[in-house]
Design a protein around this ligand. Structure first.
Ligand code: GTP
Ligand code: MG
Length: 603
């Protein structure tokens, strides 16, 4: 059967998974009356909840007697390395671009990778149903992007489709139709069939699947020969070792699942069970004449965080797994399938240093663990500093901000204070489009401040660019926090009295402990406050009268917001039911002593 291998790539939220939905429906992957819902490929719980793709996934459909392997990829910058890897399985890409937003930082990154691999690009200008969208301008911007990325003459001649994944149509013009067939025809016409060479079998492992039942499953494209069930093969690793092993089971992709087969012919994508201790980039080759494919690198982590057991006074209240042993085992297990993650024992007992690709990458791991019943404490995320040619270097990112004109100067001011340098300033309709180059450190906690300073209007995106020399100190959080003085239960009476000091992360009636961060102060400098006072002896001191007082509701902070919020002397207590911010040292006097000592040492 004729085959096409395509990856769907785009900036976050530009509509990749929605397009895959439409492809699955058009090619009748489901029974007539089967209930499927939206974003079918986002099958993981967290993906469904957040409406984002975290892991890339394979599907396969048949259209006009051609098998199309479709790879849905994540759009968030933290998972860019994963996209880069799975592109190795594709022969062409569908580059989706939002008809309103136009190309964004991640569009540039994924397109660059696709062009470097010489994959055939098909451009899809999506979401043309949006009011005020500007498909023609966006088309020009995409052409310019191809040009700036040194696309070849042939690549510059990319076919373009327009449409709306949500409304279920794509056409080669802006004329609205009621299906996506022109796009599917285009995929078959423009994407070349896989290039296959003659010779003994070769398959590079580019991705992995995990099943609690079968363990780690190697996924990749057979690029030469035929891979057979029960075949003796050689596993060729990056360090040059060659190990004899056997293919226990073999699967190809079918619909949203996999189909067990006895052989896979070059050109098709497959999943192999039975290969032990493989790494991404290893080649499965002929046992007699093993030849390796060039190794592929897995991206280096850019951020680290200290994970420790929960040592707050509320330890063990709602978690199932709370010991350092639990924590360590769980994290080590994670490294088997989470490729960009690294875990090291730290000098302090009970703690491990966890290295990842960014706030979202680490945040998702923590969120997954708390749902499984783990309790833990995590420290402030730190960017990973490297020495390059004898110079201290840190990661830099490209930051893109789109904001209404009147807020542009505020944004520039805010970013400059955090050591960002403006590269581009353009007017797009009544919006200002700003691009900056800045240290990743400066981005931590920027989002909340950016939204506050622009009345929630700024749209910001960033992605890692490169390591460059250390940019010097960057101011942290500007305001101090309100810290609970004693353990107890907060009262409306106390919170009401404290309202002019700042705002709260807790409501009345919540349990707090000494040293817990319960709010943000209006001013710089931390304040220890008494949040648990009862109204003095009247008969009405119960919660009823508390609730009657006029208190602002607490500010809900997500885990990722907390991660960006805390400073070096703070940490986050994560349990299945709660996320609390706290001082690392809970006792006020103790904190002061240490502060004194540190400032003395700094002199
Ligand atoms: N108006 C409009 N919205 C769309 C269209 N296609 C997708 N969306 C919406 O855009 C949002 C993101 O869609 P997804 O398909 O999840 O985007 P994605 O590119 O897979 O996102 P990530 O996987 O997180 O990078 C969803 O709310 C969709 O309903 C479209 O054609 N028009
Ligand atoms: Mg998606």
């Amino acid at each position: 059967m004729d085959i096409r291998n395509i990856a769907i790539i785009a900036h976050v939220d530009h509509g990749k998974t929605t397009l895959v939905d439409k492809i699955l429906h058009t090619t009748k992957v489901f029974r007539e009356n089967q209930q499927t819902g939206d974003l079918i490929m986002d099958s993981n719980d967290l993906e469904r909840e957040r409406g984002i793709t975290i892991f890339s996934k394979n599907a396969a459909v048949v259209y006009n007697d051609v098998k199309i392997n479709v790879i849905d990829t994540p759009g968030h910058a933290d998972f860019g390395g994963e996209v880069e890897r799975v592109l190795k399985m594709a022969d062409g890409v569908c580059l989706l671009v939002d008809a309103f937003e136009g190309p964004m930082p991640q569009t540039r990154f994924v397109l660059q990778k696709a062009l470097q691999l010489n994959l055939k690009p098909i451009v899809i200008i999506n979401k043309v149903d949006k009011p005020n969208c500007r498909p023609d301008e966006v088309h020009d911007a995409i052409f310019e992007l191809f040009f700036n990325l040194d696309a070849t003459e042939e690549q510059l001649n990319f076919p373009t489709f327009y449409g709306s994944g949500k409304n279920g149509w794509f056409n080669d013009s802006l004329e609205q139709i009621d299906n996506i067939n022109p796009l599917l025809d285009g995929i078959i016409k423009y994407v070349p069939p896989p290039k296959v060479n003659d010779g003994p079998v070769q398959m590079q492992i580019t991705s992995l699947d995990y099943s609690s039942f079968l363990g780690r499953i190697a996924v990749g494209k057979v690029s030469r020969g035929v891979l057979k069930e029960n075949q003796q093969v050689a596993l060729m690793q990056a360090d040059g070792t060659i190990r004899k092993t056997r293919v226990r089971e073999l699967y190809v992709f079918e619909g949203m699942g996999k189909k067990k087969v006895t052989e896979v012919i070059a050109g098709d994508l497959c999943a192999v069970v039975g290969i032990e201790d493989f790494n991404i980039g290893d080649t499965i080759a002929d046992a007699e004449n093993p030849e390796a494919l060039p190794v592929i690198s897995v991206d280096e982590p850019t951020m680290n965080m200290l994970f420790s057991v929960n040592n707050s006074p509320f330890f063990g209240k709602d978690g199932k797994f709370v010991t350092s042993r639990h924590l360590r085992d769980r994290l080590m297990k994670e490294t088997e399938k989470n490729l960009a993650l690294r875990v090291e024992d730290s000098d302090e007992g009970d703690s491990l240093m966890v290295y990842g690709r960014g706030i979202l990458h680490l945040g998702i791991l923590i969120e997954t663990m708390r749902r499984e019943g783990y309790e833990l404490t995590v420290g402030q995320p730190q960017v990973i500093v490297k020495e390059i040619n004898g110079k201290k270097c840190e990661p830099y990112e490209t930051l893109v901000v789109d904001v209404p004109q009147e807020f542009a100067s505020k944004v520039i001011d805010l970013v400059s204070r955090r050591k960002g340098e403006m590269l581009i300033m353009e007017t797009k309709g009544d919006m200002q489009h700003l691009e900056f180059d800045m240290p990743s450190r400066g981005l931590l906690g920027l989002r909340t401040q950016m939204l506050t300073n622009t009345a929630g209007e700024a749209v910001m995106n960033h992605r890692f660019s490169e390591y460059k020399p250390w940019k010097g100190p960057i101011p942290g959080r500007s305001n101090g926090v309100l810290i609970a003085k004693d353990a107890g239960t907060t009262t409306g009476y106390s919170l009401d009295k404290l309202q002019d000091r700042g705002y709260f992360f807790v409501d009345a009636g919540e349990d707090v402990y000494k040293g817990m961060v319960i709010g943000e102060s209006n001013k710089p400098g931390d304040i220890v406050v008494n949040s648990n006072e009862g109204k003095k002896l009247t008969n009405h001191r119960a919660s009823g009268s508390d609730a009657a007082t006029n208190i602002q509701p607490k500010r809900e902070m997500t885990l990722e917001e907390c991660m960006e919020y805390i400073q070096q002397d703070e940490c986050i207590e994560v349990t299945p039911n709660n996320i609390r911010m706290r001082k690392v040292i809970l006792d006020e006097d103790e904190r002061k002593k240490i502060q004194k000592r540190m400032s003395a040492e700094a002199v």
